[in-house]
Design a protein around this ligand. Sequence first.
Ligand SMILES: Nc1ncnc2c1ncn2[C@@H]1O[C@H](COP(=O)(O)OP(=O)(O)OP(=O)(O)O)[C@@H](O)[C@H]1O
Ligand SMILES: [Mg+2]
Length: 315
Amino acid sequence: MIELDHVVKTYGRTTALDGLSLTVGRGELVGLLGPNGAGKTTAIKLLIGLTRPTRGSGRVLGAPLGDRAARARIGYLPELFRYQPWLRAREVLRLHTELAGLAPARRPGAVDDALAWVGLAERADDPVSGFSKGMQQRLGLGVALLGDPELILLDEPTSALDPIGRTDVRAIVRSARDRGATVILNSHLLSEVEQVCDRVVILHQGRAVASGPLEEIVAAGGVRLRVTDLDPAGRQALAAFGAVGIDGEWVAIRPLDRARIPDVVEAIVAAGGRVHAVEPGRGSLEARFLELVTGPPPPAAPTDPPAALDALDAS
Ligand SMILES: Nc1ncnc2c1ncn2[C@@H]1O[C@H](COP(=O)(O)OP(=O)(O)OP(=O)(O)O)[C@@H](O)[C@H]1O
Ligand SMILES: [Mg+2]
């Protein structure tokens, strides 16, 4: 569905993408995660053809980047959008069925489906000017879903939403995927990506610094345990699980498959150690993320992919 090959995008002296390679297969739900300015929006704009690569190349839906016919098969929610306030929700959607070139016979059904998917059926005939930010975002999502496109690109789909709205968006995104769509979702919110995506690509300074199933990225972050009464021989035994780092009472092991955490604890206890705290799981994506984006500069990707993490094309 998507193939980017060492894409570089510069704006004047700013390098937005610095050799991004990415492969996404049909039916995948991929999260592009990264801090402000990492290049997430630029990557999405390249995929939809709103901007052209400075160097490198890519294909979307089998066609070169920017291909107009391919673009008609892509749904897109821009990061910053504003719909005509004088139109009603249904009219905005109808206008977009025309812009997207949907066959006239399909238009009414596509509008009704989109309204139902995003929970705006009741407000279909209200003007957009009276919509809250969250409702406008739902409308934007409705536009992206019009006609059930094969590829859906969502740039920060939940930025204006309350927790209920976010849960709804996750459900909407999953059901689009269940209908066969491939979805790319941009976010700087770890929890968004964590809860909905099959795979995560972490962007930093225009490069993919990590990519893979969430479990793998979290595993790469390992586990931290606060341990006392463990003698040096006991510590040495932990090396069987992964690289061991000691900082006072804290023992870090990585990479480590989450499923092996109980084995680690058992090994420590068997060696006479006492375990006071274990920090696995959810926090680890955040820790890993922070480590990747605030730690030492990433290696020169993509010719030198980061060790212990998937290359950029995990699909
Ligand atoms: N049209 C543009 N002109 C000049 N610089 C740009 C333009 N678009 C993006 N940039 C620069 O490219 C870099 C990447 O921007 P981009 O919008 O892709 O980041 P992002 O990851 O989407 O960030 P955010 O989380 O804030 O949305 C930034 O340094 C930004 O200032
Ligand atoms: Mg952005």
